[in-house]
Design a protein around this ligand. Structure first.
Ligand code: SF4
Length: 309
């Protein structure tokens, strides 16, 4: 049997962050139910040969923030995946969450369904920056105790840390690394450089207010410099950069990232998801309406189909 990755794209967020380039593809609240049904139909559309030819080593729920949808939907998706595919007994099952948007009743459902890696869309410790960037966060007790809880219950917990954020400097990067490593006990940290995408809200903001670029407090730092600075701090604490921008303590590396790096075959489920299977690569349409309207025949709406050698 060949190794397989499954990527489930849930483009749902309760926020619209001004720097995020997926904003244009997010589902609205009134599209959610239709979207859940379409995802299930897509999973069930794979024929039984996949069950015999492939063993799923990793299932990754990304998006968007899949931890913001009802956990029983995640449960149903996983149950259908288990019926449709052969899942390795040691498969990594990852799910992305956003702190401050969680209900603690969700976690038992995740655990019961085999989710063993949680990836926190953390961004920064700065309350001001969360608000400035539209990445809302509540400052409640659960936020502060959440990493302790997650570290205790899940095999691996990753923090996505933003670098190159407005006003970030060596002193507050020190503070970020200290909070994540020494306070939250992060096992894995993935760095996400803030890039000013053409269609993003932050590009519009800087175009409309060029004075922000001249204001030292809102200065966008050199990403390369910020990366090297954080890397040095993490390596001094024995984190290994096992892939570019991905750091983990020994034994806590994301299997999905490593399989991706090795070009393991992948099936992407959901709008805009990329697949590479049997020498053919294709993407699902990124147009959510087309995705929903064609949920009876997804193969007809695949784009960028290419055969590779
Ligand atoms: S940064 Fe995260 S929370 Fe914000 S819109 Fe993008 S995926 Fe959603």
């Amino acid at each position: 049997m060949k190794n397989l990755r499954l990527y489930i794209n849930i483009p749902y967020c309760t926020n619209r962050c001004i720097f995020c380039d997926i904003n244009n593809h997010l589902i609205d609240d009134d599209q959610r139910e239709a979207f859940y049904k379409a995802i299930i139909k897509e999973i069930k559309s794979f024929d039984e040969n996949y069950k015999y030819d492939y063993e799923v080593k990793s299932i990754y729920f990304g998006g968007g923030v899949p931890g913001s949808i009802r956990p029983n939907v995640i449960e149903e998706i996983l149950s259908d995946i288990k019926e449709q595919f052969t899942i390795s007994s040691d498969a990594e099952i990852s799910l992305k969450i956003l702190p401050g948007k969680l209900n603690d009743n969700y976690f038992p459902v995740y655990l019961d369904n085999g989710i063993n890696r949680i990836s926190i869309d953390y961004l920064t410790n700065s309350y001001f920056l969360h608000n400035f960037l539209g990445h809302k966060k509540t400052d409640n007790a659960m936020d502060r105790t959440l990493p302790v809880f997650l570290n205790h219950h899940f095999e691996n917990v990753n923090f996505d840390l933003g670098i190159g954020l407005p006003g970030q400097n060596e002193a507050n990067l020190d503070e970020e690394v200290h909070t994540l490593c020494d306070f939250h006990g992060a096992k894995e940290i993935t760095l996400h450089p803030l890039r000013i995408e053409d269609n993003s809200g932050i590009k519009k903001l800087y175009d409309e207010h060029p004075e922000y670029l001249n204001n030292l407090n809102r200065f966008l730092p050199d990403i390369e410099k910020a990366y090297k600075y954080v890397k040095e701090k993490l390596e001094a604490r024995e984190y290994i950069e096992y892939l570019p921008y991905c750091f983990g303590l020994k034994g806590f590396e994301c299997l999905d990232y490593k399989l991706r790096k090795n070009n393991t075959e992948v099936i992407g489920i959901g709008p805009n998801a990329y697949s590479c299977i049997d020498g053919v690569t294709y993407s699902n349409t990124s147009d959510l309406n087309i995705y929903l309207e064609n949920s009876d025949n997804f193969r007809l709406i695949a784009t960028d189909i290419k055969t590779i050698q």
